[in-house]
Design a binder for this molecule. Structure first.
Ligand SMILES: Nc1ncnc2c1ncn2[C@@H]1O[C@H](COP(=O)(O)OP(=O)(O)OP(=O)(O)O)[C@@H](O)[C@H]1O
Ligand SMILES: [Mg+2]
Length: 402
């Protein structure tokens, strides 16, 4: 049997109120990554309460969770035509190059993703009874301005939890023939169950689930959405857990309300602050030779409103400036050294894609305060409970952004 005897059978010290979990709370995020990655590493393969058994009977106690590659291989054996059409969207987490160490976002974002996605994937037994079983979170939405690392985060979560990713785009589901879209929508979930643990990742989710009110005349599109929603609801009642929906968008306000209800945790991945920008520059410049006059903190100060993606473009532009200089000087040395003048040149060419004044960014932050995890801050302003407090909500906050 494929079972690794080194797999820890004891509960991981995350959550709960044991002394062990208290210890974890005092760890910094980097240490938490190491812990989680250690667990993820040891958990493959594992003898667990769910999983597809080799004979295809699946879902029985004691069935094996194989490595992602093996799960993909096994799933291939009994695919319906519709599942087969989706196989091109399946990603083995072991082939994903980016982990949490390459993406710099707020610590709370990473912790939330770990608690909501990684933990249920790695420790399904914690979620097999009680309120967590009945009402487990089956969906999470990452939203924010372009290029802030939403797609990277989804990949990092899958990599860390050893979950196969089913990377779904609107074009995978919408089919020109009536009735085909619903069958494809159903196949997304049946395939995900065969691949479990699996994250169904819907990038640019607004393209798939725009609001009813957006004037979409298509009943056929509506039928597909209904099919997806009913399959999605089935995740909570399924005997076989291990499937989670993760969605990302720049335009959460365009999403259908019914879809939002199924994505109860909504996390804003905002533009990086100054310290984060310095860290992101460090990530992108890893392995580059920097002149002693380069101060990444100073570059971070000069890159207000730059997204992670803009910072990457800045690093590339700086490297190109250095290369240009070397070619002109007919310098034959092997390495290119980046100096402050190269960043100066790059800053003239690369500008931020968003700004704090941009309407879309203002709307995103406002939406976060009303519907996102950021709404917590707003709720904490109220000290007592009851409808009377609604009166304290400012008119602006009370008005939906949609
Ligand atoms: N927080 C970050 N830390 C490190 N690199 C980042 C970060 N955000 C973005 N990048 C860089 O920008 C690239 C694009 O990021 P990504 O595709 O994850 O952004 P996104 O938020 O999904 O954007 P979009 O909304 O346009 O889909 C990444 O490959 C990475 O190199
Ligand atoms: Mg993206």
């Amino acid at each position: 049997m494929d079972i690794d005897p080194a797999i820890p059978k004891s509960k991981p010290s995350v959550g709960g109120d044991s002394n062990e979990s208290d210890n974890i709370k005092t760890l910094d995020t980097h240490q938490q990554f190491t812990q989680w990655s250690d667990i993820a590493h040891k958990l493959e393969p594992i003898d667990e309460e769910y999983g597809e058994s080799e004979d295809g009977s699946g879902g029985t106690r004691g069935a094996i969770i194989h490595s992602p590659q093996r799960r993909i291989q096994l799933a291939r054996k009994g695919l319906s035509d519709y599942e087969q059409r989706l196989m091109g969207s399946v990603v083995d987490p072991q082939t994903i190059p980016t982990g949490f160490s390459q993406v710099c976002v707020k610590d709370e974002t990473v912790t939330t993703l770990q608690e909501i996605i990684t933990l249920p994937m790695l420790r399904p037994e914690y979620f097999s009874k009680g309120v967590l079983r009945r009402y487990g979170v089956s969906g999470i939405l990452l939203f924010g301005p372009p290029g802030t690392g939403k797609t990277m985060l989804a990949k990092a979560v899958a990599k860390e939890s050893g979950s196969v990713v089913l990377n779904i785009r609107a074009s995978d589901i919408y089919d020109k023939y009536v009735g085909e879209g619903e069958k494809l929508a159903e196949a997304v979930f049946t395939l995900a169950r065969k691949l479990a643990p699996c994250v169904i990742f819907i990038d640019e989710v607004d393209a798939l689930f725009s609001a009813r009110s957006s004037g979409e005349p298509n009943k056929f599109r509506r039928d597909i959405m209904n099919q997806i929603m009913s399959e999605w609801d089935g995740l909570n009642t399924s005997r076989k857990p291990g499937v989670m929906v993760m969605a990302a968008t720049n335009r959460p306000f365009d999403l259908d309300d019914a879809i939002l209800r199924r994505l109860p945790r909504r996390i804003l991945v905002d533009l990086p602050g100054e310290d984060d920008r310095a860290r992101i520059l460090g990530i992108h410049l890893k392995g580059e030779e920097l002149d002693s006059d380069v101060d990444l903190k100073a570059v971070a100060k000069r890159t207000e409103s730059f997204s992670g993606s803009d910072l990457k473009n800045l690093c590339v532009a700086a490297a190109q400036a250095a290369l240009r200089e070397r070619v002109r000087a007919e310098d034959k040395s092997e390495t290119i050294k980046l100096a402050t003048r190269h960043f100066d040149a790059a800053l003239k060419k690369v500008s931020p894609s968003s700004s704090d004044q941009m309407e879309s960014l203002v709307e995103l932050r406002k939406w976060d305060k009303i519907y996102g995890d950021g709404a917590q801050e707003r709720k904490h302003k109220f000290h007592s409970i009851g409808f009377a407090n609604a009166a304290q909500t400012s008119e602006e906050e009370a008005k939906p952004v949609k």
